[in-house]
Design a protein around this ligand. Structure first.
Ligand code: AMP
Ligand code: MG
Length: 404
């Protein structure tokens, strides 16, 4: 029997170790068009108020409320984007479009739905109150207001706000560049016909997609063959090109599991075994401060260990404060078998049913069966220390996709 040199640690300890090493990348100027999903690295301050001028909130007529319900003399038009120079005189009205500057003299806009112009007269079917239909200066944003604070993740609304306040470029944490390579003599490229003993390299494609989905930038480094020189060359290439490195395969207890000894020699291994299923041999190291994740070769093991350890690290490197997935409680739709020896992350589909979230397994939970991840929007967290679960029990789950 071979014994692993690495202490078995818990998922929580492992995540703590990863987050203790992963540091936010130095901020850089980024064009607004490239900023989606990034974490802002500065406070964004509005120089100008919004709206910057008293602005019509509706289409209608600019009037003076004190003139009462009497018909007004039609004075002309004030469209959006120009300053007409018109002033609303006592007893007068100016046609106005939404977003146009309110002409001086007016204190309300009567909506076009309740007013009309007939032969030079504006007839009101409703008298608005003072200020109605007018968006005052600074109603939405005050001059000098911090509209977004450092650390805010940039989504559509945030990017719109930055555009509003005139920032075409922002200081943000860049997307981590992540080199991804596979290891194994059995691996061939996707479009290669399978010769005896060969399988296609799926991990590299799956992991690169997972990297991209986490907001980072994947770099493909291909496949390292099962010899130390090849693996070391890939590691060197990866370290030169990227902020973080992901390999898959070659970390269990087989004769050709070469990755750990190499990492040991080149840097520091923080952990090499975690009490979890799938993904027990997941390994985390640093070389010169850069994180390297040596993930297990089985496709589900590699993606689940990415989810638990790599994604939080990449989020942290990208400057995000919220780096782990939300946890919720879900009710089991059926009995679930569980080995009390390890924390297990079972793939399931959760859905709202009668006011609670109910989870159903994706079927056979083999570490090689990628189909067990297809459609899975939760990972059931079946903690070590207790065995099987019964239908109707609630368990903790990591939300990894949208719940419908
Ligand atoms: P290993 O961790 O290298 O012992 O690999 C464990 C299992 O995962 C073996 O059945 C490998 O053939 C398989 N495997 C390893 N790397 C990949 C990969 N890149 N794509 C698909 N399967 C893989
Ligand atoms: Mg292998």
């Amino acid at each position: 029997m071979t014994k692993s040199a690495y202490a078995m640690i818990t998922v929580e300890e492992a995540l703590r170790m990863v987050l203790a090493q992963a540091q936010p990348l130095p901020p850089a100027r980024v064009k607004l068009a490239d900023a989606l999903g990034l974490a802002l690295a500065e406070d964004a301050l509005a120089q100008d108020p919004m709206p910057p001028f008293p602005s019509a909130g509706v289409d209608g007529f600019a009037i003076r409320v004190e003139d009462g319900r009497a018909p007004r003399a039609f004075q002309g038009e004030q469209m959006a984007g120009v300053v007409s120079g018109l002033r609303v005189a006592p007893g007068g009205a100016v046609r106005i479009t939404t977003g146009a500057p309110v002409p001086p003299g007016a204190d309300a806009i009567v909506m076009v739905e309740v007013a009309e112009e007939v032969n030079g007269q504006v007839i009101l079917r409703h008298l608005p109150g003072a200020g109605d239909g007018i968006r005052p200066v600074g109603q939405d944003i005050r001059a000098g207001e911090v509209v977004l604070s450092r650390g805010t993740p940039l989504g559509a609304a945030e990017i719109g706000l930055l555009a509003t306040i005139g920032k075409g470029e922002v200081l943000a944490h860049p997307r981590p560049r992540v080199a991804v390579f596979s290891t194994g003599d059995e691996l061939v490229e996707v479009e290669t016909a399978l010769a005896p003993g060969k399988i296609r390299d799926s991990n590299r494609h799956a992991l690169m997609a997972a990297v991209r989905a986490s907001g980072a930038e994947p770099l493909s480094l291909g496949v390292a063959r099962d010899n130390p020189a090849d693996v070391e060359a890939k590691i060197d290439e990866a370290l030169a090109a990227a902020d973080a490195v992901i390999s898959s395969g070659g970390v269990s207890m087989g004769k050709l599991d070469l990755v750990k000894p190499l990492l040991e020699r080149r840097g520091t291994i923080h952990f090499g075994r975690v009490v979890m299923k799938p993904g027990k041999p997941v390994t985390f190291a640093t070389i010169g401060g850069k994180p390297l994740f040596a993930l297990p070769g089985f496709p589900v093991s590699s993606l689940v260990s990415f989810e638990l350890f790599v994604r939080p690290a990449l989020r942290r490197m990208a400057g995000h404060q919220q780096v782990t997935r939300p946890r919720i409680r879900v009710a089991l739709a059926h009995d679930v078998q569980h080995d009390a020896a390890r924390t297990e992350f079972q793939r399931a589909v959760a859905a709202y049913e009668d006011g609670q979230v109910v989870a159903r397994t994706t079927g056979f939970q083999g570490s090689g069966r990628l189909l067990s991840l297809v459609g899975a929007n939760v990972l059931l967290v079946l903690s070590a220390g207790r065995g099987d679960f019964a239908k109707g029990e609630t368990v903790e789950a990591l939300v990894v996709g949208e719940i419908y």
